[in-house]
Write a protein that binds this ligand. Sequence first.
Ligand SMILES: Nc1ncnc2c1ncn2[C@@H]1O[C@H](COP(=O)(O)OP(=O)(O)OP(=O)(O)O)[C@@H](O)[C@H]1O
Ligand SMILES: [Mg+2]
Length: 348
Amino acid sequence: MDLTPHAASAATTSPLRAPTRPAAISAVGLAKSYGDKVVLDGIDLTIPEGTVFALLGPNGAGKTTTVQILSTLLSASAGQARVAGHDITREPDAVRTAIGVTGQFAALDSLLNARENLLLMADLHHLDRREGRRRATELLRRFDLTDAATKPVATFSGGMRRKLDLAMTLVGDPRIIFLDEPTTGLDPRSRRTMWEIIRSLVADDGVTIFLTTQYLDEADQLADRIAVLDRGKLVAEGTADELKRRMPGGHIRLRFAGLDDLESAAAVFGAATPDRDALSLQIPGDGRIPTVRAVLDALDTASLQAESLTVHTPDLDDVFLALTGRPQHEERSPQARRSPDSRMENAR
Ligand SMILES: Nc1ncnc2c1ncn2[C@@H]1O[C@H](COP(=O)(O)OP(=O)(O)OP(=O)(O)O)[C@@H](O)[C@H]1O
Ligand SMILES: [Mg+2]
């Protein structure tokens, strides 16, 4: 996947060649406290139009709070923010007109069917009857929900609900869309469908996406820029590649049948770290073919045989661990834990 960020190229290119994209969302010193509990501790953000921004963090980091403040559902305790060119405090109505919010807890009416939900939303947006019906039909088709259009939402699977929830958001044709954990709890296939939809919103419709996620691979897959939120503070911001570059390099791990082989191999690879309990040897290096071949050749030359070889490229899990001193998974909810392991996804 090409992770070359629009944002970074816009920021680093001469204005004569490529004008900097205007910010869809900007915030300075955004803070939120409940009594003496600080939930957001001064957040600065700039998100250029037409890009995907991922706010990454574990449970309780403050992701939903940030979305709610930027979408004017909650007032900030301090700081300023502009969304779609409007101040969130002074011009909340103008902000609301320009945005769509797909929340962590869907705003669907379970007793209505999918089409009725969309038509209700069209009414709320004051679309005339015909335009409302046209829009509903188009969105049902786009989200592959045409067959389910007349079924009550109560019978929908989690993936179908998420899709319909996003379709509801699109009825108003927003330029900026907030997606709060759009794939939490979805199976791998539904996640990929949702990713495709999100990509098409940016590529085809040019919208700006602000998404929150607990999944490192999701941020890696979708976002031009990623900010890592931990306990109300941004602890890092950059492209996936920039974040990965802040990491110690990857390694190759060899496992041996016995301790003798392990010790012999450790003597061959000077910079390697042996783990005698696991009978494995960790050799610093990237996962590129020449590196792997060199390792195998060195084993051959020493007439040693490894039981297995695994390549570990640094992923965003490592970034999180390096930035916060804790694994990203430590505070995950049981629901989140059921979803695919990001390390597996990153092994692509
Ligand atoms: N009304 C409130 N009163 C007091 N504390 C609150 C309130 N709303 C949220 N919090 C606290 O703010 C912190 C951040 O909550 P928030 O919902 O923004 O986190 P999150 O990153 O979205 O987490 P999750 O991944 O679980 O959705 C949590 O510790 C939460 O308990
Ligand atoms: Mg949340």
